[in-house]
Write a protein that binds this ligand. Sequence first.
Ligand SMILES: Cc1cc2nc3c(=O)[nH]c(=O)nc-3n(C[C@H](O)[C@H](O)[C@H](O)COP(=O)(O)O)c2cc1C
Length: 377
Amino acid sequence: MTREEFSNKLNGALILAPLTKGGNLPFRRLCCDFGADVTVSEMAYARKLVKGDRKERALLRRHPSESCFGVQIAAKQPEEALQAAKIIEDSGADFIDINCGCPIDDTTRRGLGAALLRRPNQIAKLVQALSDGSPLPITVKIRTGWKNDSINAKEVSRLVEESGASALTIHGRSKQQRYSKAADWELIREIAEERSIPVIGNGDIVTHFEAEQHLSSHGVSALMLARGALTKPWLFEEIKESRTLNLSAEQRIEIYYRFSEYLKEHFGADDIGINRIMRFLPWHFTLFSRYVYYRYQDFDAQSPTPLIHQRLDPGIPASPIDEFLQRSDELSHRQLAEALLGAASPDQALANVLRLAAAAIAAPPYLAKQPELLAQG
Ligand SMILES: Cc1cc2nc3c(=O)[nH]c(=O)nc-3n(C[C@H](O)[C@H](O)[C@H](O)COP(=O)(O)O)c2cc1C
């Protein structure tokens, strides 16, 4: 894909964010089923790629349904980034994204991720080296700044563009904020207005009406979805079709089952594969369980962000299965994962979850933890 084709591809695109732990190949495949136009790998350390680390190299694998796939790297040295870029090019990726937003100490301690926001000239050198030395389009993902009193996204964005990047993603929060505040879409709008490369907006998109508002009022070329997609992978379809899908628990279980099948296909269905899957699938239920049917009537355009890092009130569950799917505890998530993995068809998966839900209602420890349900009789 040429840089021009890539820029065209971004026009109005819905992008699945790079998601460490969450954005493995099977999950990206699921999002492509629902209409993700562009997907990005989990963050790979350039140094480990260059050293030939097997796990890191495995992050470069793509599924055939990923029609535009980028690899995100954590890098700070231009030479090392260039060596990693060659490996990424040979792996068949369509573009390279530089991570300048990861807030995790383990990454920033090494001067990577969001730590680069404190060294805008280093970001410029990296982008320049990669855009001169690699034929692939180079994109950069930034936060608004390192701290709330050092917001420098405008300056960084200018440098990124001047150094030859093909596009820029802005996650509208500082490193300091983590997820504590709503994303600053006003700043994203101002930057999109100033820049001539495509700007991709990122932060708090959970519904099609928020997506439409950002595309129409905030001047961005494309949208990147992270926790919204982890909570409901069908968010891509909702945005494309401009409607909210009110999926029943049964329909959702069918989707989760499909995901478990993709996981088996990728990691293997033998003991080793299932062990690996059990490191991911229960974790996914920490996000799936936050699913709430969020209607346009609930949307307040003045303060549109339901802070999805917190749990929204799901209301009274429609059925015992709904109740079980909303559970936030680890044991329930493991049980759900096992129920899916032990099934040979969507119907069997549903039967397994039904059994779990029924047992949970009957089990005394569950009732002991839910006195309000006992009170309701
Ligand atoms: C589980 C998880 C893993 C993430 N991993 C990465 C990553 O590897 N690279 C990255 O640039 N951002 C990563 N992010 C940040 C997201 O890409 C995104 O910028 C952020 O969550 C804001 O979008 P949202 O409000 O739609 O969730 C991660 C976020 C989550 C929740």
